[in-house]
Design a protein around this ligand. Structure first.
Ligand SMILES: [Zn+2]
Length: 295
């Protein structure tokens, strides 16, 4: 098994398909540790993070962001994953401790945890006044199927999406990764068929990541019989863009009474980032200073 999180983007020489293949074991494990997720919640959040970081890799400008928001009716609550165009992703899950027994051996009940009723939103924030938003109903809450439906309905792109997280009995992440195949306009059916057959013969993506030494090895199996070129290789990581300043601005919005109470009790105020769980501690004096800076 290979240790580095990275993404391969490739295209076949006949320009029929685009393929993204990602190894995300480390970033999903980091998310698990930060959010203290249950086994099933790790899989749900990990799949969302993996998909977001793959889709985000298409963003062009430095400040562009892509977010996936899964709002299902299951016990997981809302799941959000936000990626930039440089391979960085952060995320959160409403109820990290929520868990459900799996119905099939070796398969975590992600669909039940997320819920089958609800919707998936894809938000591309490119610094414009109005970010692009696509919204589709959930298909199964399994994340990958929901995204395939999004590509078809919102972007009119036939796509095959496979996402997987392998969780050990001690809850740590053994392997995580994803595969997205998109058919390009006027794609040759024989190429699509060959690719589909290649993929159908494969094991689950998390298992492939677990047993293979590199993504390049998996790629050669997926693309067997099809000439292709690798377009891009990108390192991936869990990274949050929060800062003391940013959290301070939020704290400055506390009421006078809350601040007075904190000052009277000589208590610090803690602000915790929802996305990475970093704790920022502010003294009552600091909060007052922030407040007086407000325009
Ligand atoms: Zn953060």
């Amino acid at each position: 098994m290979q240790n580095r999180d990275y993404l391969l983007k490739l295209i076949d020489d006949g320009q029929n398909v685009r393929v993204w293949l990602a190894h995300t074991t480390n970033l999903v494990e980091e998310a698990r540790q930060r959010h203290q997720t249950s086994a099933t919640a790790t899989a749900a959040l990990g799949r969302a993070l993996t998909a977001a970081v793959m889709m985000g890799s298409d963003l062009k400008s430095d400040h562009d962001l892509l977010s996936l928001r899964f709002n299902g009716n299951g016990p997981a609550g809302t799941i959000i994953a936000t990626a930039d165009g440089h391979g960085h992703v952060k995320g959160l899950i409403g109820n990290p401790q929520a868990d459900l027994p799996s119905r099939f051996p070796g398969k975590l009940a992600v669909g039940d945890l997320v819920g089958k009723e609800g919707y998936l939103e894809v938000i591309k924030d490119m610094g414009l006044k109005q970010p692009f938003e696509g919204r589709v109903p959930l298909v199964s809450g399994e994340i990958a199927e929901d995204l395939a439906q999004y590509f078809m309905q919102s972007e009119q792109i036939p796509a095959l999406v496979s996402l997987g997280v392998l969780v050990d009995t001690d809850l740590h992440v053994l392997a995580a990764g994803g595969l997205i195949v998109q058919a390009l306009p006027e794609a040759d059916d024989t190429v699509l068929e060959r690719l589909e057959n290649n993929i159908l013969s494969l094991d689950q993506i998390s298992q492939l990541i677990f047993v293979n030494n590199s993504l390049e090895d998996i790629t050669s199996t997926i693309m067997q019989g099809i000439e292709y070129s690798i377009l891009d290789v990108m390192d991936l990581a869990f990274r949050c863009n929060c800062s003391r300043e940013r959290l301070g601005i939020i704290l400055a919005g506390l009421s006078e009474q809350e601040l007075r109470e904190a000052a009277e009790n000589n208590k610090d105020i803690e602000a915790i980032c929802n996305f990475c769980k970093t704790v920022y501690t502010f003294s009552p004096e600091e909060i007052k200073a922030l407040q007086s800076e407000k325009p």
